[in-house]
Design a protein around this ligand. Structure first.
Ligand code: SF4
Length: 305
């Protein structure tokens, strides 16, 4: 094992498969509704934006359907992790958040939750609320979208937050030590060179977070990046380049960091480039990363001889 995979960590801890259930609780994003900015991040698909009031399945319906589906599909499931994935999942007042999180946490089968959000949308009272869930179900994660630790790139991709807000969010979250922190990054962002990307890894390593999600930059339809891509302003990575970058990036992080993801995909209908970010190439990307690890291990052994 070259890195600590999230699924393996869960399996070891809970003695079997823990299935993530992705939940869309109807949140929006302050980078789309004009509160922080409008238009969203340049890589984010604005077509899929749907206001909170739009009719959709309730949190309970989503959880119950998923539990039933996965229990029929896999025999060895030990539990489920509620993953609040869509948009900014702390973007509401505390009472609304409590109501939504309570719905998920009320199921015996749910062993915890993972909350995806922006680093500038976690006031103290929200972190205090999240910390209360760690008493009964200790698998509580907050996933911060950082993407890069470089302010100019953040500005370029219209993140509408800075590096300082990310550092502040992590330090304040760490004051509640039972909340686990995962950070999302994108490798291959416009105008970033190798050193820039490795510097992002070093910043994350210095902060001592628990988990990481690494994605290759991929361009999807209905985004600002789509237009930039067709104008020739975005360079795409190839699989081997990405594999090398991902392995180098991981080499700067603590050995025991939990890797939630090491690549990323978009559906064939949505994806523009690179082609290998479609789900059908996922195994090829993972294989390229594995090969890269093997190559490095072999060259280390040669050096020892
Ligand atoms: S990527 Fe996240 S923060 Fe950026 S616009 Fe989309 S939902 Fe908002």
């Amino acid at each position: 094992m070259y890195y600590r995979k999230f699924n393996d960590y869960l399996k070891e801890k809970y003695g079997g498969r823990i299935q993530k259930i992705a939940i869309d609780a109807g949140f929006t994003c302050p980078n789309r509704d004009g509160t922080k900015a409008s238009g969203g991040c340049t890589f984010c698909n604005n077509q899929s934006f749907s206001p909170y009031a739009m009719s959709r399945k309730t949190v309970q319906e989503q959880i119950e359907k998923s539990i039933e589906f996965y229990k029929n599909r896999f025999k060895n499931i030990k539990g489920f992790l509620a993953y609040f994935q869509a948009f900014t999942n702390t973007y509401a007042d505390v009472d609304t958040l409590r109501e939504i999180y309570d719905q998920a946490m009320s199921y015996d089968e749910i062993i915890g939750m993972s909350i995806g959000t922006r680093p500038d949308v976690v006031p103290e009272e929200v972190l205090d609320l999240i910390a209360t869930y760690t008493v009964e179900k200790p698998e509580i994660w907050v996933e911060y979208g950082l993407q890069t630790a470089h302010f100019r790139t953040l500005r370029k991709i219209n993140r509408a937050h800075g590096v300082s807000e990310f550092i502040d969010a992590v330090l304040r979250t760490k004051k509640r030590p039972n909340i686990k922190i995962c950070v999302h990054v994108i490798l291959g962002l416009p105008d970033e060179d190798y050193e820039d990307m490795m510097e992002t890894a070093k910043v994350i390593a210095a902060l001592g977070v628990d988990g990481i999600k690494i994605h290759p930059l991929h361009i999807v339809k209905h985004t600002v990046m789509e237009k930039q891509y067709y104008k020739g302003e975005i360079k795409e990575l190839d699989i081997k380049e990405y594999a090398k970058l991902a392995v180098d990036f991981l080499s700067y992080l603590p050995k025991d960091i939990i890797v939630h993801r090491i690549t990323g995909e978009a559906s064939e209908e949505e994806l523009i480039a690179p082609y290998w970010c479609s789900p059908k190439y996922k195994q090829e990307v993972l294989k390229a990363i594995e090969e890269e690890f093997k190559k490095r291990e072999a060259s280390k052994q040669l050096m020892l001889i």
